[in-house]
Design a protein around this ligand. Structure first.
Ligand SMILES: CC(C)(COP(=O)(O)OP(=O)(O)OC[C@H]1O[C@@H](n2cnc3c(N)ncnc32)[C@H](O)[C@@H]1OP(=O)(O)O)[C@@H](O)C(=O)NCCC(=O)NCCS
Length: 119
């Protein structure tokens, strides 16, 4: 829970938890200039209302202004189309781990790697 290392951002709609995400960075000087966005999720009742976009915009601000980060990274499941969601927010694909995710027997997906920089 060290705020230099990790942040949990919550989106509240009239006091109800509508979404969340987590930002984590390593503390080793070798990797401390970037962080990873994990677990972006919007509650199904609130999807399509801008919660995910707002969380990602705030994550960018917190990463830059409060954590002093220079880059954000994330990984997503191939075949979901989520590259378009993140691409609209300035993220770009930098590679993939082919077949890294076994969703079910016979349904292996690539893990798509994305970056946002500068923040
Ligand atoms: C992805 C997610 C966080 C988006 O949250 P949201 O609050 O609905 O996002 P917003 O309302 O800000 O934006 C919605 C836009 O994203 C698009 N979008 C959502 N999921 C998408 C997908 N899988 N592929 C492409 N576009 C997608 C919608 O089509 C919509 O576009 P529009 O504005 O042109 O209609 C949400 O759908 C979710 O929680 N999904 C399940 C968990 C998940 O996949 N998380 C991402 C892990 S990498």
């Amino acid at each position: 829970m060290d705020p230099r290392r990790s942040r949990l951002l919550l989106a509240l709609a009239d006091g109800v938890l509508a979404g969340w995400l987590n930002i984590q960075r390593g503390l080793s000087p070798l990797v401390a200039h970037w962080g990873t966005v994990n677990s972006l999720q919007t509650h199904t009742a609130f999807q399509g209302q801008g919660v995910g976009t707002t969380l990602m915009t705030e994550a960018r601000r917190v990463a830059r202004e409060e954590m002093g980060l220079e880059q954000l990274h994330l990984a997503l499941r191939g075949g979901t189309g989520l590259e378009r969601f993140y691409g609209r927010l300035g993220w770009r694909v930098v590679g993939s781990w082919p077949g890294a995710l076994r969703v079910a027997p016979g349904d292996d997906r690539d893990e798509i790697l994305m970056i946002l920089t500068p923040l």
